[in-house]
Design a protein around this ligand. Structure first.
Ligand SMILES: [Zn+2]
Length: 125
């Protein structure tokens, strides 16, 4: 796997019951078996739920942008692996987020997805 520079989320899959976890863990949260294997998660998913952050979060840990704060969306993205990842959601209009297809655009400091399908990687099993 030569994905050292790729924007991907690293999760894990339990070798006993198949439960997928994010972030990566060596211990299954469902069957409590210490046998989870690393798994590169899909970079495309669907917005499962979201809300709008309309005021600046407490700082620290939030680092306000140099320009003034503007509202942004946060929510859960459901991936083909069957898990939901909490992420910041980039979009032009908040009302387009409901069940919108999104693609991973950043992983640090937190996962960030943007509305649309523009990555080349499909769902991986
Ligand atoms: Zn398990």
């Amino acid at each position: 796997m030569e994905e050292s520079s790729a924007v991907v989320l690293r999760g894990s899959r339990c070798s006993q019951c198949g439960t997928v976890a994010f972030p990566e863990s060596t211990m299954c949260s469902k069957c409590v078996t210490p046998t989870a294997d690393p798994l590169t998660l899909s970079t495309e998913g669907v917005v499962w739920a979201y809300t709008i952050q309309r005021f600046a979060p407490k700082s620290p840990p939030y680092v306000p942008p140099a320009e003034s704060f503007s509202p942004y969306a946060v929510g859960y993205v459901e991936l083909p692996e069957g898990i939901k990842v909490e992420a910041i959601l980039d979009c032009d209009h908040f009302d387009e987020l409901d069940r919108a297809p999104v693609s991973l655009v950043a992983i640090s400091p937190v996962p960030r997805f943007a509305v649309g399908r523009f990555t080349t990687q499909g769902a991986s099993q």
